[in-house]
Every structure is written in structure tokens, then in C-alpha cells.
Design a binder for this molecule. Structure first.
Ligand SMILES: Nc1ncnc2c1ncn2[C@@H]1O[C@H](COP(=O)(O)OP(=O)(O)OP(=O)(O)O)[C@@H](O)[C@H]1O
Ligand SMILES: O=P(O)(O)OC[C@H]1O[C@](O)(CO)[C@@H](O)[C@@H]1O
Length: 319
């Protein structure tokens, strides 16, 4: 029985350990594994090849995806999905494992309903914004990239009487910024989930500067769209020389951490087990230290939320 894997949407660390586990566990289960290169674009263009142990040797340490990934305008068109189906049929592939975000899962759900190709989605996005799972692959590595950058910025900030604003990714989700602020000791954290009060922040910092504060660190989620403005505000209103660092795509790279390698191993094992036991449209989740699958319809019916405990702490960094 043919089973294929692809990486889709934004790439992230943890995808390569997942691809390695996919090939090894498929062979162990008596399945015939295939690799789809370039995500949905490669599925349409038949960039599909059978996989061997040699294809995945040595990839566990690498960031990104050795299969590459894509966002595909063509996959929205029925004629290209038909082409993708014809390719899979020609290879004898009936099951797909997809590492990506909820957009990729929606794509595979449409495809399953049209052609009956079963799929299992594995949450893989640094944004950690997929409903129903506490964890998505790539998040721990991204958090460690931000931690290292913030620790280094603290060295220069503390040596120069400056304020630093650090902008993180995350789209509309403030998880990366909030967890980074709490674990790096930032003084300000702005995320889409929380309102902020510049007047109150100004009073706090003026009092702290009078009391001896010489530098500060602010972490701002890209979803707030306020990092350059906050940098200017720190100079003009608070009176501290300020600099902005936008971490950008550095957060998507880096060798996967131990946690991302382990979760990749576990997520892929559960995905393959689910597919061989008849699950057709599942997504793996990690909730309250348990892993299992739930249907895609449940996953797309809700909105992910940050832990109220973290939000409560974060509120103190907004005013
Ligand atoms: N309703 C849909 N029908 C067909 N294809 C879709 C649909 N929704 C999404 N797709 C396909 O899935 C691709 C990946 O989705 P998207 O770009 O939203 O990334 P993602 O998987 O959510 O990952 P990330 O969180 O990293 O952005 C899209 O580029 C598109 O090709
Ligand atoms: O690499 P692209 O397509 O510019 O997308 C960037 C977006 O992708 C993510 O890295 C992951 O979804 C977001 O945090 C970010 O907004």
C-alpha cells in the first residue's frame, strides 16, 4: 500500500525529523513510502518519488524541509486537483501525511472529499495557532531562536543605556511573543490578544528610569503591527535611545531542538497508525500531555487560544 508525505505552507524546524520517522516507520509497517517535493505544487506537477532509508539519512539535524514546501494558488482550481489525483493513482498512493498549517489541512480535506485519498495532518507551524492542539512542530526551535537573539540583545542594551524593540512572527497569534517575553524577562510585550496602554507604560518607565533603570526590552508580535511606532515612542515619549530588531525568517530556521525532534517522531507515528486503522481525515493533536487524532472539521471549527495563565502574566507587560 502506497503512503506519501509532503510539507506544505510555511516550513519549520521539526519537519525533517518527521520525514525521517515517516520513511522508517512506513517501511516497518510494510507500507511503500513516497516523498512529494515542493508541497501542493509538487503534487500537481508529479514531483513524487519512492523513498528509501538512504533518502533520509542524516537529515534529523537539519532545519527547514528537505522536501521543500509551497503555497499553491493552483490547488484551489479543480482541474489541478484532478491532475494531483491522477499522479497519486499512477503511483498507487492511497494515503497522505501532510506537515503544515490549517490551510494545508483544509486543502487535503477538499481533496479527500473529491477523490477519497485519506490524509492525516500534522500541525507544523511556528505560529502555534491551530485549534485543538497545545503544540505545533517548530515552535520550540523558534522560541529558542528568539531566546538566543533576545539574550544577545540584552548584552548590548545593558551596555548602552538603550531600549530595544524585538519584533517576532506569529501572524495573528501572539504566542511566540508572549512566551518569549515571559522567558526572557522583557519589560513590554504587545500581542494581538491583549490591549495595551501607552500612557500607563510611560508613567511606569519614567518612574523606573528615575529609580535607576538604564535599559529595557520590548517584544512585539508582528500581528500588532506596531514595532517601528513603539521604537519611536520610546525615544520621543520615554526619552530613551531606542533600536528595532525584526527577527523575521530567522525564526523559521535552525537545527530542530530535542523537543521538536521527539514530537515529530510521536506525531508521525500516530498519523501512520491512524491511517492504517481507517482514519480518513484526521489531524494529530497534543493536549494535556496526550496525543491522538481528531477530525479536520473539528480543527477548522474553532480558534486557538493562548493559556489564560500566560495571558494574565502578559497583561502586566502591556501597561
Ligand atoms: N480551501 C482550500 N482549497 C484548496 N486548497 C487550499 C484551501 N485552503 C488552503 N489551500 C492550499 O493550502 C496551501 C497552504 O495553506 P496556507 O498557505 O494557509 O499555509 P498553512 O498550511 O496554513 O501553513 P502556515 O501556518 O505555515 O501558513 C495554500 O497555499 C493552498 O494551496
Ligand atoms: O514566508 P512567508 O510566506 O512570507 O510567510 C510569513 C508568515 O509565515 C509564518 O512564518 C508561518 O505561518 C508566519 O509567522 C509569517 O507571518
Amino acid at each position: 500500500m502506497g503512503i506519501a508525505i509532503m510539507t506544505s505552507g510555511g516550513d519549520c524546524a521539526g519537519m525533517n525529523p518527521g520525514i525521517k520517522r515517516f520513511v522508517e516507520y512506513s517501511i516497518e509497517k510494510g507500507l511503500k513510502p513516497y516523498l512529494i517535493c515542493d508541497g501542493l505544487e509538487g503534487l500537481i506537477d508529479n514531483r513524487i518519488q519512492p523513498a528509501t532509508h538512504a533518502d533520509v539519512a542524516g537529515i534529523i539535524t537539519k532545519g527547514g524541509s528537505v522536501l521543500r514546501s509551497s503555497r499553491s494558488a493552483r490547488f484551489f482550481e479543480p482541474e489541478y486537483r484532478q491532475q494531483a489525483y491522477d499522479n497519486l493513482k499512477a503511483h498507487g498512493i492511497d494515503m497522505l501525511v501532510v506537515l503544515g498549517g490549517d490551510g494545508s489541512f483544509r486543502a487535503l480535506d477538499v481533496f479527500y472529499r473529491e477523490f477519497g485519498i485519506a490524509f492525516c495532518g500534522i500541525p507544523a507551524t511556528i505560529d502555534n495557532d491551530i485549534f485543538g492542539t497545545d503544540y505545533c512542530l517548530g515552535v520550540d526551535t523558534a522560541l529558542n531562536v528568539i531566546r538566543q537573539a533576545t539574550d544577545q540583545i540584552r548584552d548590548t542594551a545593558s551596555s548602552s543605556r538603550r531600549a530595544f524593540v524585538i519584533e517576532t512572527m506569529g501572524r495573528d497569534c501572539g504566542y511566540l511573543a508572549l512566551v518569549s517575553a515571559l522567558t526572557s524577562g522583557a519589560e513590554i510585550c504587545l500581542i494581538p490578544e491583549l490591549p495595551y496602554d501607552l500612557d500607563s507604560l510611560k508613567k511606569r518607565f519614567q518612574a523606573e528610569i528615575a529609580d535607576g533603570r538604564t535599559y529595557m526590552i520590548a517584544i512585539v508580535s508582528e500581528g500588532v503591527d506596531f514595532a517601528p511606532q513603539l521604537t519611536r515612542w520610546l525615544e520621543e515619549e520615554v526619552g530613551m535611545e531606542a533600536r528595532l530588531t525584526v527577527l523575521g525568517h530567522t525564526q523559521r530556521g535552525g537545527s530542530p531542538t530535542v523537543l521538536d525532534r521527539l514530537r515529530a517522531f510521536e506525531f508521525v507515528t500516530i498519523a501512520i497508525d491512524a491511517l492504517v486503522t481507517g482514519s480518513n481525515d484526521g489531524v494529530v493533536f497534543y493536549k494535556n500531555c496526550q496525543m491522538a487524532t481528531r477530525s479536520i472539521s473539528e480543527v477548522v471549527s474553532g480558534r486557538s487560544e493562548i493559556s489564560p495563565v500566560y495571558l494574565e502574566e502578559g497583561r502586566k507587560l502591556t501597561r
